[in-house]
Design a protein around this ligand. Sequence first.
Ligand code: SF4
Length: 319
Amino acid sequence: MPLTWSVSRDQILHDCERRYYFQYLANAKINSRDSILREIAFLKKLKNIPGWKGDAFHSIVAGYFRRVRQGQFPTVTELVTELQDNMMNEWAFSSNKLFRTNPRAIDQDGGLALFEHEYEENPEFEVVPIIDSVAIWLYRFMAWVDDVDLVGSLARASRIWLEEPVYGPNAPGFKFSGAQVLVKVDLALQSPDGNFDIFDWKTGTPFSSNWGQFDSAEFQVNVYQLWPHLAFGHSLDSIRAHLLYVVADPVRQQNFGIDENVREQTLSFIRRSIDRVKQFAGLLGQEKLCLEDCDFALSMGKCRWCKFKRLCQRMTSDE
Ligand code: SF4
């Protein structure tokens, strides 16, 4: 497996080295012989409620566009019903803690392991308002799709990327500084006139920046825009990125271009971050780092919602 890098990987490494170790270096599998590795593999699958809401929204939107490409046009009411059914099934699986006896089902249809259920946090929360809030995002999003005629843009596109898997022949990304840079775009359209539009649906507010002059969302779209440039040779002025914040009412759209300065700054940041990833992976002439080499989170606030906190605390007391 080649070395991989992504914006989210960089963010985790910046937030907490121990969390990075659990997430990316431990080589944990749900059927590992070692019980700690099995536990890490299980904890990696936990989602918190905001993450679950975001995934549910992205899944229904990607499904909608796939059907549109096949000539089917479900109504927003049908989409909301599907969303509600999916989320209710997942909630039932998680709230009954079925993930404990059947962890392999977490990644399948209807499977879910919520951080809040595993750690028994906020037991008083209710599912209906949670699902309703995602349904509201969906109504807003579909109104925006109509406003900007996104279905027409899909029909006119010469090539489309729609929530592609991060690995595989159609996976968005590019090679740089000895690593495969993973680009997780929600939708990208290449038009016959050579323009390239990248879309990212945002279901939260941007996470805090560790990039100085860029905020993190801006850094993310800069990396995304390097993909058509470096992988397909698109000129910088043919590439645009669009962030759509569905939590805002009405939805807020932010548009970005990229120029030579931003290209160079972004590549320089990525190179530095990849060097750090190589250091952790033992690719710079020293051994791969182990948990004891990794620092704790800079702020205790990061631990509050960390899915590895139970294991991290236990292993700290063992060290
Ligand atoms: S509990 Fe805190 S220190 Fe431990 S891995 Fe999570 S964020 Fe890092």
